[in-house]
Design a protein around this ligand. Sequence first.
Ligand code: TRP
Ligand code: SF4
Length: 404
Amino acid sequence: MNAADPQSRVLSGMRPTGQLHLGHYHGVLKNWLTLQHEYECFFFVADWHALTTHYDETSLIQEHALDMVIDWLAVGINPGQATLFVQSRVPEHAELHLLLSMMTPQSWLERVPTYKDQQEKLKERDLATYGFLGYPLLQSADILAYRAGLVPVAADQEAHLEITREVARRFNHIYGREPGFEQNAEQAINKMGRKQAKLYRSLRKSYQEAGDLEALETARALLREQQNITLGDQERLQGYLEGTGKVILPEPLALLAPQEKLLGLDGQKMSKSRGNDIALRDDTDTIANKIKRMPTDPARIRRTDPGEPEKCPVWSFHKVYSDEKQQAWVCDGCRTASIGCLECKAPVIEAIEEEIAPIRLRAEELQANPDEVSNILAEGCERAGDEAGETLREVREAMGLGWR
Ligand code: TRP
Ligand code: SF4
């Protein structure tokens, strides 16, 4: 894996909501667990983002952040594989946000769909602030500070990735035009060695003169493999290849999370504020009671009344937790009234308990060892700061602010 290859770097953030629930686990964290094996991952607590909507409710931010990180660790996010950090402890995010804000048209932010949507939906909140308008740009800075190539997000965040790409493109266009760009690029080509240089030149020609996209891809891969040239030269040659300036901030792609698999106890989206969630740290009795109290198909008034799984929120749990055979048992038993709802719920209670038990245990251990969590975060913040610091050095330089 090449760290300079933006395609190999994943970054994602979560607002500090406190303890997580099964919806987070199945919708987000399981995806992170897979990604941490395949890519260089950065996962962070987006605490400044919490302020964009809740600037007047800050007393619990740190507690919520720690609880959330405990749950990340408890499900198996591995600080040896992924860098875990807190946004506000890496001030480079703020600096990049500020610098990008200078060149981002205000209308781009006003046009982001979540801007008006959230203002309509969260009527009780004051969202008429400068910070809330700038929130997608802060997210852009989060991503671009690490030159991440892949960003796992929910579908409603896709527009934020779109604006991130536009901002990166605009930045590269304005600031990638260093004086003597062509000369520098030609010099960098020569540093690749005779054979590779010749290959790069011929691929560039095929792309620029004949629009050969395969040649473009091959040339990009060739650049990523180069060990002899600096990151700056790699960016130059990428821009030279594509006919732009230096690519200082690469454009990231959204990695859309699969559709919400697990619904809440009432069949709506699972969320703590709705009170329809099962927390990752719920104890055995709480889990059993929550499932036992779950509403079922209202047609099943008496035990002898048949029902329809598609009309029952318990079914969404069976779809996640039961194998085909058990699912057939549910459908059949429900439609013929040969099983009762409590009977139907029993294997779900068992499966959730089995899934949660080790997570709960690990979370308890971490809770009893707050130093372990702080150390992981301190280390992660430092590593993140190093990475973001490198990007910021280049950004400042490109903008004519390379004082130090
Ligand atoms: N805006 C995201 C959310 O509300 C959280 C977030 C902040 C994020 N910065 C990010 C996600 C950068 C991915 C990348 O869910
Ligand atoms: Fe729901 Fe199962 Fe009862 Fe059918 S039998 S209504 S699927 S709980």
